[in-house]
Design a protein around this ligand. Structure first.
Ligand SMILES: [Zn+2]
Ligand SMILES: [Zn+2]
Length: 336
């Protein structure tokens, strides 16, 4: 149910009314041409049993807009009002279209200068795929969209915190009560104001990998090189255990980091050498010398690794690598 009606070029926003002025509008609306934003049919201002102000179709005929819960109408009002008080231009139930021609209707649409922000209030179940589809559609419309979802329907595992899809859980909505956002210890209306003020920041934490190596000398060019034998992230480590497993571990490292980056870190590259003596059949990944690209077979690597346990002169070490595109992070609400 919309909380906006059009009167010529003007928007009538229900959340801007108090009891007295809303009663006046209800008495006088027939002298105005109030139209529904969904279908342009005549709009009637109404008050729900729970005290929400909204607009209803004077005649329900042919409009495909869906019914909304009282809680949804109320939260929409809370968000819209906070946005309006923050100095943004606010329209509820705002229709738009993406660059690929897909239509959408935003619960609350806010604009200021070139910035367009949509707020979606999601109180009923929705598949993750559908949420991401709608988010993509906003992106293709050059609109940033943030979601407010009910904690009694969604949990924090539904969408892991990420910059692309800001998805925040609010306490189970009750009409007349500004819902609480536990994550930031703040009421929804204050959160919206802080967001629109620019206080919400994404704090990126790139995943740091450790690449583990043994200091060695190349059999071919005789220059010192660093033989890669494992990797780690956080508390997790995976190092070559056997000759075939060395290939498997090294192959995994090629998924994390490419050869030019390995070389920049001062360690050997990793390459595939089919039918190399010293590698297990069908396990072709092994070190390739940083200087001359000569293959350093895995049988040799495992011998060296074994020796490093006993021989203190054989040095091992790690270099750190932050993977681009792979990250975790969190939303931070700065102090104003
Ligand atoms: Zn309609
Ligand atoms: Zn070499």
């Amino acid at each position: 149910m919309p909380i906006r009606a059009r009167n010529g070029k003007l928007d009538i926003l229900a959340f801007e009314y108090d009891h007295a002025s809303w009663e006046v509008l209800k008495l006088n609306h027939k002298s105005l041409e109030l139209l529904m934003p969904c279908c342009n049919s005549k709009a009637t201002p109404k008050t729900s049993k729970l005290g929400n102000y909204f607009f209803s179709h004077a005649v329900k005929d042919g409009c495909l807009s869906e019914a909304e819960s009282q809680e949804h109408i109320y939260i929409k009002g809370v968000v819209a009002k906070a946005a309006k008080q923050s100095g943004w231009d606010v329209k509820t139930e705002w229709q738009g279209v993406s660059s690929t021609g897909e239509e959408w209707i935003a619960d609350v649409f806010c604009s200021k200068g070139n910035a367009n922000i949509a707020f979606e209030i999601q109180l009923s179940r929705q598949t993750k795929a559908e949420t991401l589809r709608r988010q993509k559609r906003y992106k293709e419309s050059k609109v940033r969209c943030a979601w407010f979802a009910s904690r009694n329907v969604f949990d924090s595992n539904y969408i892991h915190q990420n910059q692309e899809t800001p998805f925040f859980l609010i306490d189970k909505p009750v009409v007349g009560k500004d819902p609480y956002i536990k994550q930031f210890s703040i009421q929804l209306s204050s959160f919206v104001k802080r967001m629109l003020f620019g206080s919400l920041k994404w704090n990126e934490e790139p995943w740091m990998y450790r690449i583990e190596y043994i200091e060695d000398k190349c059999w071919s060019c005789h220059k010192p090189n660093k033989q890669v034998y494992g990797y780690g992230i956080d508390w997790f480590d995976e190092t070559a255990k056997t000759v075939p497993n060395a290939s498997t571990v090294l192959e995994k490292i090629t998924d994390i980091i490419d050869n030019s980056e390995l070389n920049d870190l001062g360690v050997n590259a990793i390459a595939k050498f089919d039918n190399l003596k010293g590698n297990a059949p069908k396990f072709p990944y092994c070190n390739a010398c940083l200087h001359c690209n000569a293959p350093q077979n895995n049988y040799y690597l495992m011998q060296k690794r074994q020796a490093s346990y006993k021989d203190k002169n054989i040095k091992t070490g790690t270099v750190e690598y932050s993977a681009s595109g792979e990250s975790s992070g969190e939303w931070l609400l700065n102090e104003n």
